[in-house]
Design a protein around this ligand. Structure first.
Ligand SMILES: *Cc1c(COP(=O)(O)O)cnc(C)c1O
Length: 363
């Protein structure tokens, strides 16, 4: 079976043991020099002033929201096609997601839908750079800021994506990353971070990730929690970060080959493969999606659906607040399919996926 993701080849020649042994020999496991080192290397990479690491990407979103002043009862604008991550963070605060529709070509937040939503006086906007592609971030940011509303980027799928020389995570007031193992930069466990250029936000993020402490055992800020990246994961991420650019190139190359091979088929993939897309997930829209998935499974090709249920249709939350029609989001769930695309995927594997997909459309 060709898997959707594997880090077998990526990790093959990397020396994680020496890095982990250094941590073990130091006997210092939380908020130590590996974390400080990674935070400074990652903020340099993104091109921002501060990186504050956390336990995972969902905590990063929650803590970022709290840092910009989101409280119980506030509205936070978000899309509904990204796996309930931002919704989880918003609900954790007792705030309310205000769902907006997406643009049908890029499947990220619709600029027009945001303009409508801003009329309801939300406290904050979360823009998700889904599948590894940057959303229309400059237009969305201009709209939000013109309305006096803070904007947080969700970069959990877009580490290293670039627009006009600027990295994902350097546009918004703050930006959140996840280092879950399958992400473009992944740890060997959970991890996350918030980056920002704002000194005041950075200081607040640091207190909020550790009980709201203004200094040890003194709680100066309400809404804190315990959410810290540990030294082992930071040491592992420091080995992987220098390789991120080459891994993103490898992902993009696979996406380009797929796009070229599938150009004539009823297979509606993301149109552009350029530096603003780091191919976290290679998705396409296909009318007979379930038949294609069954066929590929029989041919030994794993697929998945990102994501099958929009946030506003999730069973656990029955009265979602919508800013307008959610038609594009809803119709996509039935046609989306994700194909294997990861660094270290062999030419042979890519060819097998291509020929299996072609065979499906020929039959
Ligand atoms: C993975 C992911 C998250 C959540 O990250 P965790 O580390 O799993 O909490 C948030 N947003 C998006 C878009 C993601 O893909």
């Amino acid at each position: 079976m060709i898997p959707l993701f594997s880090d077998l080849v990526m990790n093959k020649n990397l020396d994680f043991l020496s890095a982990v042994k250094k941590v073990l020999d130091r006997h210092w496991y939380v908020l130590g020099e590996e974390v400080t080192g990674f935070e400074s290397e990652f903020s340099n990479y993104v091109g921002v002033g501060h990186c504050v690491s956390m336990a995972n990407g969902t905590d990063a979103i929650e803590i970022a929201l709290r840092s910009v002043g989101v409280e119980r009862g506030d509205l936070v604008v978000t899309v509904a096609n990204a796996g309930f991550y931002s919704s989880t963070a918003i609900h954790a605060i007792g705030a309310t997601p205000l769902y907006v529709d997406i643009n049908p070509s890029c499947m990220t937040m619709s600029v027009d839908a945001l303009a409508e939503a801003l009329k309801q006086n939300p406290k904050c906007v979360i823009v998700t750079h889904l599948y590894g592609q940057l959303a229309n971030i400059k237009e969305l940011l201009a709209l939000a800021h013109a309305a006096g509303v803070m904007l947080i980027e969700d970069c959990a799928q877009s580490h290293g994506a670039v627009l006009d020389g600027q990295q994902a995570g350097s546009f918004g007031d703050a930006a959140c990353f996840s280092f879950y193992p399958t992400k473009n930069l992944g740890a060997m466990g959970d991890g996350g971070a918030v980056v920002t250029n704002n000194d005041e936000l950075a200081a607040r993020l640091k207190t909020l990730r550790q009980y709201g402490w203004s200094s040890k055992y003194h709680v100066g800020h309400a809404g804190g929690k315990n959410s810290r990246l540990d030294e082992m994961q930071a040491a592992i991420l420091r080995i992987k970060l220098p390789l991120l650019a080459s891994w993103n190139t490898a992902r993009r190359d696979i996406a380009s080959r797929y796009n070229e091979a599938f150009a004539g088929l009823a297979f509606d993939a993301l149109p552009t493969v350029n530096e603003s897309y780091v191919a976290h997930l290679y998705v396409a829209r296909v009318q007979n999606r379930d038949a294609l998935r069954d066929f590929l499974k029989a041919q030994g090709v794993a697929t998945d659906v990102h994501y099958p249920v929009p946030d506003h249709h999730q069973a656990a939350y029955t009265q979602p607040r919508l800013a307008g029609s959610m038609e594009v989001t809803e119709s996509l769930c039935k046609t989306l399919v994700t194909l294997p695309c990861f660094p270290g995927m062999t030419d042979e594997e890519v060819e097998s996926v291509i020929s299996a997909v072609k065979k499906f459309f020929e039959q």
